[in-house]
Ligand binder design. Structure first.
Ligand code: MN
Ligand code: MN
Length: 432
Protein backbone atom coordinates (compact mmCIF):
# COMPACT_ATOMS: atom_id res chain seq x y z
CA UNK A 1 0.00 0.00 0.00
CA UNK A 2 1.40 3.38 -0.97
CA UNK A 3 1.82 5.59 2.05
CA UNK A 4 -0.49 8.52 1.37
CA UNK A 5 0.94 12.04 1.37
CA UNK A 6 -1.48 12.91 4.19
CA UNK A 7 -0.07 10.18 6.37
CA UNK A 8 3.51 11.22 5.66
CA UNK A 9 2.84 14.85 6.47
CA UNK A 10 0.75 14.10 9.53
CA UNK A 11 3.33 11.70 10.94
CA UNK A 12 5.64 14.66 11.44
CA UNK A 13 2.91 16.76 13.03
CA UNK A 14 3.11 18.33 16.41
CA UNK A 15 0.73 16.87 18.97
CA UNK A 16 -2.17 19.25 19.17
CA UNK A 17 -2.19 19.88 15.43
CA UNK A 18 -5.47 19.34 13.64
CA UNK A 19 -3.63 16.91 11.35
CA UNK A 20 -2.91 14.66 14.32
CA UNK A 21 -6.49 13.57 14.81
CA UNK A 22 -6.81 13.16 11.05
CA UNK A 23 -3.81 10.83 11.07
CA UNK A 24 -5.36 8.82 13.87
CA UNK A 25 -8.54 8.56 11.87
CA UNK A 26 -6.57 7.42 8.84
CA UNK A 27 -4.69 4.90 10.94
CA UNK A 28 -7.77 3.48 12.60
CA UNK A 29 -9.63 3.45 9.31
CA UNK A 30 -6.80 1.57 7.61
CA UNK A 31 -6.73 -1.03 10.38
CA UNK A 32 -10.47 -1.58 10.06
CA UNK A 33 -10.37 -1.71 6.26
CA UNK A 34 -7.51 -4.17 6.08
CA UNK A 35 -9.49 -6.29 8.50
CA UNK A 36 -6.50 -7.84 10.23
CA UNK A 37 -7.99 -7.16 13.67
CA UNK A 38 -8.98 -10.49 15.13
CA UNK A 39 -12.69 -9.83 15.43
CA UNK A 40 -15.13 -7.09 14.57
CA UNK A 41 -15.55 -6.32 18.26
CA UNK A 42 -11.81 -6.03 18.78
CA UNK A 43 -11.55 -3.74 15.77
CA UNK A 44 -14.39 -1.63 17.16
CA UNK A 45 -12.69 -1.30 20.54
CA UNK A 46 -9.36 -0.45 18.88
CA UNK A 47 -11.03 2.29 16.90
CA UNK A 48 -12.87 3.66 19.92
CA UNK A 49 -9.67 3.73 21.96
CA UNK A 50 -7.82 5.57 19.23
CA UNK A 51 -10.53 8.10 18.65
CA UNK A 52 -10.83 8.59 22.39
CA UNK A 53 -7.36 10.13 22.55
CA UNK A 54 -7.90 13.87 22.26
CA UNK A 55 -5.30 16.22 20.87
CA UNK A 56 -4.76 17.46 24.41
CA UNK A 57 -3.92 13.96 25.58
CA UNK A 58 -1.13 13.59 23.05
CA UNK A 59 0.26 17.06 23.66
CA UNK A 60 3.89 17.08 24.76
CA UNK A 61 4.89 19.96 27.07
CA UNK A 62 8.59 19.03 26.89
CA UNK A 63 11.51 18.85 27.25
CA UNK A 64 11.75 17.34 23.79
CA UNK A 65 14.50 16.11 21.48
CA UNK A 66 12.83 17.18 18.27
CA UNK A 67 15.74 15.97 16.12
CA UNK A 68 15.24 12.40 17.36
CA UNK A 69 11.48 12.68 17.05
CA UNK A 70 11.84 13.76 13.42
CA UNK A 71 14.14 10.80 12.72
CA UNK A 72 11.68 8.35 14.19
CA UNK A 73 8.13 9.67 13.67
CA UNK A 74 6.67 6.18 14.01
CA UNK A 75 8.09 5.91 17.53
CA UNK A 76 7.02 9.38 18.66
CA UNK A 77 3.49 9.15 17.24
CA UNK A 78 3.12 5.42 16.94
CA UNK A 79 0.54 3.83 14.66
CA UNK A 80 -2.58 3.15 16.76
CA UNK A 81 -1.95 -0.57 16.31
CA UNK A 82 1.30 -0.34 18.34
CA UNK A 83 0.95 -1.50 21.94
CA UNK A 84 2.95 -2.38 25.02
CA UNK A 85 6.68 -2.61 25.58
CA UNK A 86 8.78 -4.35 22.94
CA UNK A 87 12.54 -4.50 23.53
CA UNK A 88 14.52 -1.97 21.47
CA UNK A 89 15.43 -3.44 18.06
CA UNK A 90 17.15 -0.38 16.55
CA UNK A 91 20.78 0.73 16.68
CA UNK A 92 22.93 2.71 14.28
CA UNK A 93 26.53 2.75 13.19
CA UNK A 94 26.09 6.50 12.87
CA UNK A 95 26.36 6.85 16.66
CA UNK A 96 29.05 4.19 17.19
CA UNK A 97 32.57 5.25 18.16
CA UNK A 98 34.91 5.38 15.17
CA UNK A 99 38.41 4.08 15.91
CA UNK A 100 40.34 6.25 13.46
CA UNK A 101 43.94 5.27 12.75
CA UNK A 102 46.45 6.14 10.07
CA UNK A 103 45.11 3.99 7.20
CA UNK A 104 41.38 3.96 7.95
CA UNK A 105 38.79 3.48 10.66
CA UNK A 106 36.42 0.95 12.21
CA UNK A 107 33.26 1.08 14.31
CA UNK A 108 31.14 -1.71 15.71
CA UNK A 109 27.67 -2.61 16.96
CA UNK A 110 27.66 -5.64 19.22
CA UNK A 111 25.60 -6.95 22.13
CA UNK A 112 27.13 -4.36 24.49
CA UNK A 113 25.07 -1.52 23.07
CA UNK A 114 22.51 -3.61 21.16
CA UNK A 115 21.47 -6.11 23.85
CA UNK A 116 18.71 -7.79 21.81
CA UNK A 117 21.31 -9.00 19.25
CA UNK A 118 22.74 -12.01 21.05
CA UNK A 119 23.57 -13.97 17.89
CA UNK A 120 25.19 -11.44 15.56
CA UNK A 121 27.64 -8.53 15.88
CA UNK A 122 28.90 -6.24 13.15
CA UNK A 123 31.79 -3.98 12.20
CA UNK A 124 31.82 -1.21 9.60
CA UNK A 125 35.32 -0.43 8.32
CA UNK A 126 36.97 1.99 5.90
CA UNK A 127 40.49 1.53 4.52
CA UNK A 128 42.45 4.10 2.51
CA UNK A 129 44.08 3.05 -0.76
CA UNK A 130 46.94 0.97 0.63
CA UNK A 131 45.43 0.97 4.15
CA UNK A 132 45.70 -2.48 5.76
CA UNK A 133 43.49 -4.27 8.27
CA UNK A 134 46.39 -6.27 9.63
CA UNK A 135 46.86 -10.04 9.38
CA UNK A 136 44.58 -11.56 12.03
CA UNK A 137 41.95 -14.16 12.87
CA UNK A 138 39.17 -14.64 15.40
CA UNK A 139 36.82 -17.06 17.09
CA UNK A 140 33.74 -15.92 15.14
CA UNK A 141 33.03 -16.61 11.47
CA UNK A 142 33.27 -13.44 9.34
CA UNK A 143 30.86 -12.59 6.51
CA UNK A 144 31.36 -9.35 4.63
CA UNK A 145 29.82 -7.15 1.95
CA UNK A 146 31.97 -4.60 0.11
CA UNK A 147 29.93 -1.37 0.18
CA UNK A 148 32.20 0.93 -1.83
CA UNK A 149 35.56 0.78 -3.58
CA UNK A 150 37.72 -2.32 -3.73
CA UNK A 151 40.19 -4.29 -1.63
CA UNK A 152 42.70 -7.12 -1.82
CA UNK A 153 42.06 -10.08 0.48
CA UNK A 154 44.56 -12.69 1.58
CA UNK A 155 44.03 -15.91 3.55
CA UNK A 156 45.17 -19.52 3.75
CA UNK A 157 42.90 -22.56 3.61
CA UNK A 158 42.78 -25.54 5.98
CA UNK A 159 45.29 -27.41 3.83
CA UNK A 160 47.85 -24.61 3.83
CA UNK A 161 47.07 -23.33 0.32
CA UNK A 162 47.21 -19.54 -0.11
CA UNK A 163 44.30 -17.33 -1.23
CA UNK A 164 44.40 -13.84 -2.73
CA UNK A 165 41.57 -11.98 -4.43
CA UNK A 166 40.57 -8.44 -5.33
CA UNK A 167 36.94 -7.73 -4.41
CA UNK A 168 34.75 -4.84 -5.59
CA UNK A 169 31.57 -3.17 -4.36
CA UNK A 170 28.77 -5.76 -4.25
CA UNK A 171 31.09 -8.72 -3.59
CA UNK A 172 30.98 -10.89 -0.45
CA UNK A 173 33.64 -12.80 1.43
CA UNK A 174 33.58 -15.32 4.24
CA UNK A 175 36.41 -16.37 6.56
CA UNK A 176 35.53 -19.20 8.96
CA UNK A 177 36.66 -19.27 12.58
CA UNK A 178 40.44 -19.31 12.95
CA UNK A 179 41.25 -18.75 9.25
CA UNK A 180 43.89 -15.96 9.15
CA UNK A 181 43.28 -13.13 6.71
CA UNK A 182 44.04 -9.51 5.75
CA UNK A 183 42.18 -6.76 3.91
CA UNK A 184 43.91 -3.93 2.06
CA UNK A 185 42.26 -0.98 0.31
CA UNK A 186 43.03 -0.51 -3.39
CA UNK A 187 43.17 2.61 -5.55
CA UNK A 188 41.93 5.11 -6.21
CA UNK A 189 39.83 5.66 -3.11
CA UNK A 190 40.25 2.63 -0.88
CA UNK A 191 37.09 0.93 0.33
CA UNK A 192 34.34 0.64 2.92
CA UNK A 193 32.72 -2.64 3.95
CA UNK A 194 30.40 -4.27 6.46
CA UNK A 195 31.58 -7.27 8.49
CA UNK A 196 29.02 -9.57 10.12
CA UNK A 197 30.03 -12.08 12.81
CA UNK A 198 28.11 -15.10 14.08
CA UNK A 199 28.48 -14.09 17.76
CA UNK A 200 26.66 -11.20 19.43
CA UNK A 201 29.61 -10.70 21.80
CA UNK A 202 32.22 -10.45 19.03
CA UNK A 203 34.43 -7.39 19.47
CA UNK A 204 36.79 -5.94 16.89
CA UNK A 205 39.09 -5.09 19.83
CA UNK A 206 39.48 -8.79 20.63
CA UNK A 207 40.91 -10.43 17.52
CA UNK A 208 44.24 -12.26 17.29
CA UNK A 209 46.67 -9.82 15.64
CA UNK A 210 49.89 -11.14 14.12
CA UNK A 211 51.97 -8.20 15.41
CA UNK A 212 50.39 -8.13 18.90
CA UNK A 213 51.06 -11.86 19.27
CA UNK A 214 54.68 -11.86 18.15
CA UNK A 215 55.74 -8.87 20.27
CA UNK A 216 54.25 -10.65 23.29
CA UNK A 217 56.15 -13.88 22.67
CA UNK A 218 59.74 -14.24 24.04
CA UNK A 219 62.05 -13.13 21.20
CA UNK A 220 64.32 -16.16 21.66
CA UNK A 221 61.27 -18.34 20.95
CA UNK A 222 60.31 -16.32 17.88
CA UNK A 223 63.95 -16.49 16.71
CA UNK A 224 64.08 -20.26 17.20
CA UNK A 225 60.73 -20.61 15.37
CA UNK A 226 62.00 -18.60 12.39
CA UNK A 227 65.47 -20.17 12.49
CA UNK A 228 67.20 -16.79 12.91
CA UNK A 229 69.17 -14.98 15.58
CA UNK A 230 67.45 -12.45 17.84
CA UNK A 231 69.19 -9.53 16.14
CA UNK A 232 67.18 -10.32 13.03
CA UNK A 233 64.04 -9.53 15.06
CA UNK A 234 65.02 -5.97 15.97
CA UNK A 235 62.48 -4.51 13.50
CA UNK A 236 59.69 -5.95 15.69
CA UNK A 237 60.65 -3.32 18.31
CA UNK A 238 59.10 -0.63 16.08
CA UNK A 239 55.65 -2.21 16.36
CA UNK A 240 53.23 -0.29 18.60
CA UNK A 241 52.72 -2.06 21.99
CA UNK A 242 49.13 -3.03 21.11
CA UNK A 243 49.89 -4.17 17.56
CA UNK A 244 49.16 -2.38 14.30
CA UNK A 245 45.44 -3.24 13.73
CA UNK A 246 44.97 -0.69 10.89
CA UNK A 247 47.94 1.00 9.25
CA UNK A 248 48.90 2.84 6.08
CA UNK A 249 51.03 1.04 3.48
CA UNK A 250 51.69 1.54 -0.23
CA UNK A 251 49.03 0.31 -2.66
CA UNK A 252 49.91 -3.33 -3.44
CA UNK A 253 51.28 -4.39 -6.84
CA UNK A 254 49.22 -6.00 -9.61
CA UNK A 255 47.54 -9.13 -8.25
CA UNK A 256 49.51 -11.32 -10.66
CA UNK A 257 52.71 -10.31 -8.85
CA UNK A 258 51.20 -11.27 -5.49
CA UNK A 259 49.94 -14.61 -6.84
CA UNK A 260 53.39 -15.44 -8.19
CA UNK A 261 55.03 -14.58 -4.87
CA UNK A 262 52.43 -16.38 -2.73
CA UNK A 263 52.38 -19.68 -4.61
CA UNK A 264 56.09 -20.47 -4.62
CA UNK A 265 55.77 -22.89 -1.69
CA UNK A 266 52.25 -24.19 -2.29
CA UNK A 267 49.64 -23.95 -5.07
CA UNK A 268 46.71 -21.55 -4.65
CA UNK A 269 43.60 -22.76 -2.82
CA UNK A 270 40.60 -24.06 -4.73
CA UNK A 271 38.30 -22.71 -1.98
CA UNK A 272 36.13 -19.74 -2.96
CA UNK A 273 36.22 -17.39 0.04
CA UNK A 274 34.43 -14.71 -2.04
CA UNK A 275 31.13 -14.47 -3.92
CA UNK A 276 29.92 -11.84 -6.42
CA UNK A 277 26.55 -11.08 -4.84
CA UNK A 278 25.41 -8.26 -7.14
CA UNK A 279 26.51 -10.14 -10.27
CA UNK A 280 24.06 -12.89 -9.28
CA UNK A 281 20.57 -12.94 -10.83
CA UNK A 282 18.02 -12.06 -8.12
CA UNK A 283 16.37 -15.05 -6.44
CA UNK A 284 13.05 -13.16 -6.76
CA UNK A 285 12.38 -10.01 -8.74
CA UNK A 286 9.43 -8.00 -10.01
CA UNK A 287 8.26 -4.36 -10.19
CA UNK A 288 8.00 -4.20 -6.38
CA UNK A 289 11.64 -5.07 -5.77
CA UNK A 290 14.07 -7.95 -5.57
CA UNK A 291 15.71 -10.40 -3.17
CA UNK A 292 19.07 -12.11 -3.57
CA UNK A 293 19.46 -15.03 -1.18
CA UNK A 294 22.99 -16.28 -0.53
CA UNK A 295 23.63 -19.11 1.91
CA UNK A 296 25.66 -22.32 2.10
CA UNK A 297 23.66 -23.78 -0.80
CA UNK A 298 25.09 -21.17 -3.20
CA UNK A 299 28.18 -19.89 -1.33
CA UNK A 300 29.52 -23.14 0.12
CA UNK A 301 32.04 -21.71 2.60
CA UNK A 302 29.29 -19.64 4.27
CA UNK A 303 28.28 -22.43 6.63
CA UNK A 304 27.13 -20.35 9.62
CA UNK A 305 25.74 -17.19 8.04
CA UNK A 306 22.89 -16.81 5.54
CA UNK A 307 22.01 -13.53 3.85
CA UNK A 308 19.34 -11.82 1.81
CA UNK A 309 20.03 -8.57 -0.09
CA UNK A 310 16.66 -6.89 -0.42
CA UNK A 311 15.54 -4.01 -2.65
CA UNK A 312 12.10 -2.54 -1.87
CA UNK A 313 10.84 -0.06 -4.46
CA UNK A 314 9.17 3.21 -3.36
CA UNK A 315 5.71 2.44 -1.94
CA UNK A 316 6.38 -1.30 -1.78
CA UNK A 317 6.58 -3.63 1.19
CA UNK A 318 8.75 -6.55 2.26
CA UNK A 319 5.64 -8.60 2.92
CA UNK A 320 4.34 -9.84 6.28
CA UNK A 321 6.48 -12.88 7.14
CA UNK A 322 8.65 -14.56 9.76
CA UNK A 323 11.68 -16.85 9.97
CA UNK A 324 11.38 -20.35 11.35
CA UNK A 325 14.93 -21.16 12.34
CA UNK A 326 16.84 -18.17 13.67
CA UNK A 327 16.72 -14.45 14.51
CA UNK A 328 17.17 -11.83 11.78
CA UNK A 329 19.81 -9.06 11.96
CA UNK A 330 19.41 -6.17 9.51
CA UNK A 331 21.67 -3.53 8.04
CA UNK A 332 20.17 -0.63 6.10
CA UNK A 333 22.26 0.39 3.06
CA UNK A 334 20.16 3.13 1.44
CA UNK A 335 16.72 4.69 1.41
CA UNK A 336 14.38 4.71 4.38
CA UNK A 337 11.74 2.39 5.77
CA UNK A 338 9.83 1.32 8.80
CA UNK A 339 9.35 -2.04 10.47
CA UNK A 340 6.67 -3.17 12.86
CA UNK A 341 7.65 -6.10 15.05
CA UNK A 342 4.77 -8.03 16.59
CA UNK A 343 5.96 -9.63 19.84
CA UNK A 344 2.88 -11.62 21.01
CA UNK A 345 0.60 -10.75 23.96
CA UNK A 346 -0.83 -7.87 21.86
CA UNK A 347 2.57 -6.12 21.92
CA UNK A 348 3.74 -4.40 18.77
CA UNK A 349 6.31 -1.66 18.02
CA UNK A 350 7.08 0.35 14.91
CA UNK A 351 10.52 1.89 14.29
CA UNK A 352 11.96 3.89 11.38
CA UNK A 353 15.26 2.95 9.72
CA UNK A 354 17.75 4.77 7.51
CA UNK A 355 21.15 4.09 5.94
CA UNK A 356 23.71 2.74 8.46
CA UNK A 357 20.98 1.71 10.95
CA UNK A 358 20.78 -1.82 12.33
CA UNK A 359 17.61 -3.78 13.13
CA UNK A 360 16.82 -7.09 14.78
CA UNK A 361 13.92 -9.54 14.80
CA UNK A 362 13.80 -12.37 17.37
CA UNK A 363 13.28 -15.85 15.91
CA UNK A 364 9.72 -16.60 14.66
CA UNK A 365 8.31 -13.10 15.41
CA UNK A 366 6.39 -11.65 12.44
CA UNK A 367 7.35 -8.39 10.75
CA UNK A 368 7.30 -6.32 7.55
CA UNK A 369 9.57 -3.60 6.17
CA UNK A 370 7.85 -0.78 4.27
CA UNK A 371 9.65 1.70 2.04
CA UNK A 372 8.64 5.13 3.43
CA UNK A 373 10.78 7.19 1.08
CA UNK A 374 10.88 8.07 -2.61
CA UNK A 375 14.01 6.07 -3.50
CA UNK A 376 14.80 2.35 -3.36
CA UNK A 377 15.11 0.93 0.15
CA UNK A 378 18.07 -1.47 0.19
CA UNK A 379 18.93 -3.54 3.25
CA UNK A 380 20.47 -6.83 4.34
CA UNK A 381 18.71 -9.61 6.25
CA UNK A 382 21.38 -11.67 8.04
CA UNK A 383 20.94 -14.99 9.85
CA UNK A 384 23.21 -17.17 11.96
CA UNK A 385 22.29 -20.23 9.92
CA UNK A 386 23.48 -22.44 7.08
CA UNK A 387 20.26 -21.75 5.21
CA UNK A 388 17.81 -18.91 4.64
CA UNK A 389 14.20 -19.75 5.53
CA UNK A 390 11.04 -17.68 5.76
CA UNK A 391 7.28 -18.15 5.81
CA UNK A 392 5.04 -15.71 3.95
CA UNK A 393 1.64 -14.87 5.45
CA UNK A 394 0.10 -14.64 1.97
CA UNK A 395 1.55 -17.99 0.89
CA UNK A 396 0.35 -19.65 4.11
CA UNK A 397 -3.20 -18.27 3.81
CA UNK A 398 -3.41 -19.48 0.19
CA UNK A 399 -2.64 -22.99 1.36
CA UNK A 400 -5.42 -23.12 3.97
CA UNK A 401 -9.09 -24.07 3.60
CA UNK A 402 -10.72 -20.75 2.55
CA UNK A 403 -13.57 -21.17 5.04
CA UNK A 404 -11.07 -21.58 7.87
CA UNK A 405 -9.39 -18.29 6.91
CA UNK A 406 -12.78 -16.56 6.56
CA UNK A 407 -13.83 -17.81 10.01
CA UNK A 408 -10.73 -16.16 11.49
CA UNK A 409 -10.58 -12.89 9.57
CA UNK A 410 -14.08 -12.36 8.18
CA UNK A 411 -12.72 -11.43 4.76
CA UNK A 412 -14.95 -11.45 1.70
CA UNK A 413 -14.36 -13.88 -1.17
CA UNK A 414 -13.22 -10.95 -3.34
CA UNK A 415 -10.58 -9.94 -0.78
CA UNK A 416 -9.44 -13.55 -0.41
CA UNK A 417 -9.08 -13.79 -4.18
CA UNK A 418 -6.98 -10.61 -4.33
CA UNK A 419 -4.33 -11.80 -1.86
CA UNK A 420 -1.15 -12.98 -3.64
CA UNK A 421 -0.85 -16.75 -3.46
CA UNK A 422 2.88 -17.24 -3.43
CA UNK A 423 5.81 -15.99 -1.36
CA UNK A 424 6.73 -12.97 -3.50
CA UNK A 425 9.04 -11.48 -0.89
CA UNK A 426 8.29 -7.87 -1.84
CA UNK A 427 4.73 -6.74 -2.66
CA UNK A 428 2.74 -3.58 -3.35
CA UNK A 429 4.23 -0.45 -4.83
CA UNK A 430 3.46 0.63 -8.36
CA UNK A 431 1.82 -2.60 -9.48
CA UNK A 432 -0.27 -2.93 -6.27
MN1 MN B 1 38.51 -10.56 10.38
MN1 MN C 1 12.52 -11.02 7.75
Amino acid sequence: MQKSPETTVASHAEPGDASLSRRMLIGAGAAATVGLAATAAHAQSLQTTTLGKSNASAADLGPRNKALEALNPDAYMAPPTDHGTVQQFWQSFSQAHRRIQDGGWARQVNVKDFPISTEIASVNMKLNAGGVRELHWHEADEWSLMLAGSARLTAIDYDGHPYVKDVKAGDLWYFPQGIPHSIQGLGPDGCEFLLVFDQGKFSEDDTTLLTDWLIHTPPEVVGKNFGVGQNALDPLKAIPPEGRYIFQAPVPPAIGDDIAAMTQASPATSTAFDFALLDMKPTKEDASGSIRIVDSRTFKISKNIAAAYVVVKPGALRELHWHTNVAEWQYYISGQGRMTLFANKSDSRTIDFRASDVGYVPVTLPHYIENTGDEDLIYLEMFKSATYDDISLNNWLAGLPPELVQQHLGLTKETMAAIPKTNLGVVGGKKG
